[in-house]
Design a protein around this ligand. Structure first.
Ligand SMILES: [Zn+2]
Length: 352
């Protein structure tokens, strides 16, 4: 069902806000991910195969393919990898960006800004180039040089910010406040998560519903899209179950590894998993509500898992490999089960 004038609403106080908003103008809360009834049959390929199940029309596309599945036995688990590096800019972020950029363009944005450790920035830069949007990307000065070059190559204005990841986010928010540019944050904007739902739709068509999904979680935008996507399929009567979801964090930055219902605030330490170094995930409560469990593993386990992947022919950036380190830690619980792990980005992003 295509919805042109879909309300964006605050998840805390239910206030309806302007379509170019990224947070509640009253209480500062995150906006709800839109619920869309799955009507009609998918047709075509890739992300826009699910156009009728997305909140936009007139899609902005870079020719997103169906990403491939690869079976790979792992510590007694029936593992399938989904290779998101096959998307146009080399990471899963293109699923969310394709929908978010289409939404912002349809609602009159001409200039956008994002903060990113690299992949989301590169993705927004590419789709902005395609859509004719001016794009500003605020990135940590310490981000992988390959990612920074990719962002600049698409013609985006790159602002490298020294200091913490939070300082980078603050600078982007300030840019949006001063200029009026649309803040296209993957961590905040609900239309990004509306787009990552297509991971679940695609996996469901390729392999059915897995017993479990194990994945790296920082801002949780892929995880929440997967949770919403499978729930939408179940609610539409297209399947009768949803997978367990295991969120993997780094021991250097694990705000969601907590015994209680609230995220714990931590100072981000150093980890090679730069894509999930998020000390204060805006959707932390939603992540905890949807996760079967949250685990943290260290970089030693990450590098070991990454080497195993590489020696199996799967070239991946460190952030992706942390999911496999987590899977090894979960091997007893998931023995014999059908487990799906997204390889969230290609290793070409950060070869060092
Ligand atoms: Zn509110």
């Amino acid at each position: 069902m295509y919805v042109d004038a879909m309300d964006l609403r605050c998840s805390s106080c239910d206030l309806a806000v302007d379509p170019l908003s990224w947070a509640c103008s009253s209480c500062g809360g995150v906006l709800d991910v839109p619920r869309i009834a799955l009507e009609g049959s998918p047709s075509g390929e890739g992300v826009w195969r699910y156009l009728d199940w997305l909140p936009v029309s007139g899609p902005i596309s870079l020719g997103e393919p169906v990403t491939p599945l690869v079976r790979l036995p792992w510590d007694g688990v029936d593992l399938t990898l989904k290779l998101e590096g096959a998307l146009p800019t080399g990471s899963f972020k293109d699923r969310g960006t394709a929908v978010l950029a289409s939404w912002l363009k349809a609602h009159g944005a001409s200039s956008v800004v994002i903060d990113s450790s690299g992949n989301a920035g590169a993705s927004l830069a590419a789709y902005s180039a395609r859509a004719g949007l001016k794009c500003h990307v605020y990135a940590p000065a310490s981000a992988s040089p390959g990612k920074l070059r990719q962002i600049a190559a698409y013609g985006a204005e790159l602002h490298a910010v020294p200091g913490t990841r939070q300082a980078v986010a603050d600078a982007a928010v300030e840019h949006a406040r001063v200029t009026g540019d649309a803040y296209a944050s993957h961590a905040w904007h609900p239309m990004f998560v509306a787009g990552t739902r297509t991971f679940a739709f695609e996996a469901w068509e390729q392999m059915g519903v897995p017993d479990a999904v194990v994945l790296p979680v920082g801002a949780g935008t892929l995880m929440l899209g997967i949770a919403h996507g499978f729930a939408d399929l179940r609610d539409a009567g297209l399947t009768d179950r949803v997978p367990e979801i295991y969120a993997i964090q780094s021991t250097a930055c694990a705000p969601l590894v907590s015994d209680g219902p609230e995220p714990v605030e931590v100072v981000a330490g150093d980890t090679a998993a730069e894509g999930i170094k998020i000390a204060h995930p805006p959707r932390g409560r939603a992540i905890l509500a949807h996760a079967t469990d949250v685990l943290a593993v260290d970089d030693t386990a990450l590098w070991k898992a990454r080497e195993r992947l590489h020696l199996s022919g799967i070239y991946t950036e460190p952030t992706s490999a942390i999911a496999l380190a987590g899977l090894s830690a979960l091997a007893d619980r998931l023995a014999g089960k059908k487990v799906l792990v997204p390889i969230t980005a290609t290793g070409l992003k950060s070869p060092a």
